[in-house]
Every structure is written in C-alpha cells, then in structure tokens.
Design a protein around this ligand. Sequence first.
Ligand code: NAD
Length: 392
Amino acid sequence: MEKSEKPIVIGTIGAGYAAYLHGDGYRHVSGVPVRLKTVCDLNLELASKVKERFGYEQVTGSYADMLADPEIDVIDIVTPPFLHCPMAIQAMRAGKHVICEKPLTGYFGEPGQERVGDVPKREMYRKILETMDQLKQVVEETGKRFLYAENFVYATPIRKAARLIQAKKSKILFLQGFVGLKGSSSPAAGQWNKTGGGQLMRNGTHPLTGMLWLKQQEAQARGETITVRSVTADVGTTTACLNEYEHRHISARPEDVEDYAAVSVTFSDGTKCLTIASDTVLGGTQNTLDVFCNDSALRCQITPPKLLDTYFLDEEGLEEEPLGEMLPSKLGWNGAFVSDDVIRGYAGEMQDFMEAVAYGRPAASGFDLAYETARILYAAYQSAEEGRRIDF
Ligand SMILES: NC(=O)c1ccc[n+]([C@@H]2O[C@H](COP(=O)([O-])OP(=O)(O)OC[C@H]3O[C@@H](n4cnc5c(N)ncnc54)[C@H](O)[C@@H]3O)[C@@H](O)[C@H]2O)c1
C-alpha cells in the first residue's frame, strides 16, 4: 500500500465524553498523516478543553462554518444520537466524509412531547426507517464514506476471533453478547426523548453490532450470504421494585425506558445471537462476547480485560489514575482496565477510518452495519411491546 502524504483533515462536532475516545483513537493512527483542525461545540469551553488536550488548531460554535471549510475532509460526529442523521446529511452534502458515533439514529418524539417511550414501537420503527432511508440516499448520491464508529467491530479480542473463524471457516451456531453496568448518572439516560431508548440503545447496541459483524466475517469466509431473518425480545424495568434505600448503589433512573433487555436474533442460516444489556450490574462495567461454533468456542473478554488485578488499602496518590469504569472505589481487589483504548477498539477504528479515506476503500464498519443495527434495535422494541417475533 502506498504511503499517503497529504494529511486527512478532521473537523469534530461534539466535545463531550466521546470526543476524548476519538481523540485517543487519532493519537494511535500511523502511516496516514492526520491533521486535527477544528472542534465544534455549542459549549466553547468544552471545545477548548478538547482542542488543548488533543492539539486541534481551533474551536468554533458554528457547524455551518466548519462545513464551509474547504480544507476539512472528514466530519467526526460525536453529538447526541438525535443529531447524527441530520448532521451526517449536511456534512455529506457539503462534500465531506463522515465518522458517526453509535447508535446511527433513534426515535426521539415530537418537540414538547412527554413520555416518548409510550409511543407505539411499531410507529417508532417506521419513523427510524424513514430517517435512515433519507441518509442512505445521501450516502449513495454523494459517494462519500460513511464510517460507523462502533468500536466493538475493532475490539482486539473480537478481531482475533474473526481471524480464527475465517481461518477455520467455522460455522457460528450461537453468539452471546453481554453488557452490564450500574447505570448512567446522566438523567438523559432515563428519558426516551434524549436517548431513543434505554440500556439496549445506549450499550446493548455494541455487542449486537459486534455479533452481526462476526456473522458477516463467517459468511465471507464460507462464500455464503447470511442475513437477519427475525428478532424476538424482552425488555423491562427491573429497578421499579426497589425503594430509595435499596436503589442507592445503582445509578440507573429509568423514566420511560428499559434497564434490562434481551434480544434474540435469528439469521437466515438458522443460527442465533443473543444480546443481553443491563443497567443494574454492580462490580464495574462488563463487556463480553462469546462465539460458539461447530468446531470451536471463543470467549471475548473485553472489559475488564483480566490483565491486571489490583489491591489497595487506601487511595492516596491515585486521584488522577483511573482503575476501571463504574467502580465506586479503588480499595480492595479490582480488575484494572489496561490499554482500554486499544482493547475496546477506539484505536483500531480510527486507523481503519483514516486508511479508508486515504486509500478510497470501505471501512470494516460502515453504513450498512449501522443501518442494520438500528433496524434490529427498534424491531426488538416492537417485539417486546407486542409480545411476538418480528420477521424481516
Ligand atoms: N463508542 C462508545 O464507547 C461511546 C461512549 C460514549 C458515548 N458514545 C456516543 O457518542 C455520542 C456523544 O456522547 P457523549 O457521551 O460524548 O455526550 P456528551 O453529552 O458528553 O457530549 C455531546 C456534546 O455535543 C454537544 N452538542 C450538542 N448539540 C450540539 C450542536 N447542535 N452543535 C454542536 N455541539 C453540540 C454538547 O454540547 C456536548 O458537549 C453519542 O452518540 C453516544 O452514544 C459512544
């Protein structure tokens, strides 16, 4: 592959938590020069912090100005999900490639509408397909790259599992993805109009996409075409049974969203994948993905990575040194997160995206995967509400 000389120029929109994940990702990119030019946020203070931390050249509060900058090649969208599709459409129409955070989109209700989670899920499903089809048309018309920032596709244990499956041409019979945490402290996480759903949308989407991607790797290796045939799901609000005192260790405060989801997908070859997402799991964030094949079993331990166990009797000197995620303290035994940006795939995704732009090739995680994931998530909500399997 020829070495690229011209830097790829990035404009990032959104300077919150995920902007730091992407910033860490860009730091790892090698072989493709990257120039972090502009970071845009309504909150210029947050934008300035990101600028200083990662070495962007300037900040702006105007998305239109950033889009009008002819030097910028890629718009990196790390805003809340309700902005993903409209911002991607604007960016692509302005001639930019797009990196877009998960989930691609959701149903967020009409302005002023209360308890959006009560809207029939069948209606939500129809609406998100409309939104995604508009974007699909723009992706096709402009020919620009749509790079879907689903880090699970690049998580190093999942990557290795994919290589093993491809080498052996294994048939994956059953996959199981689990994501559990003690809930988000953000009130937005409890409201459907802010997140487009609950824990399934916020975090269940990660293992689901990882498993869909793995089935595609299997299909490619075996020369098969594998699609999704049906979706069956159950969701619930398990914390509703707790009184205030009992609730004290769990941050999840679901108002009109779920704090638990189990989604079973059946593929066209009759095989299955199961996603379990819970917002009530104590003991630190857990992300696992198991792959059971006709000839092998592969267990991807993403977090905690089980590379370093720590034991502390006090936290002196550790104030700026995180150990894990969602742990109330650093005392006693803990499973520390090691090389989180690499193992969880933030480094790999940016490397792939920059190469995709530099060499004009598709990324491993692109528009089709983003679309399929969102479709399954909303089919799952419809299945859970109507108590039946949704056939595709
Ligand atoms: N892949 C992952 O592991 C991961 C982790 C966290 C978040 N995310 C995703 O990243 C996205 C952002 O999440 P976050 O946690 O960073 O949220 P956040 O609330 O911390 O940050 C979002 C930022 O966008 C800014 N913003 C909102 N509207 C804007 C507008 N119109 N113009 C400019 N700026 C605007 C806000 O001011 C805020 O600073 C979400 O889609 C989320 O799902 C992904």
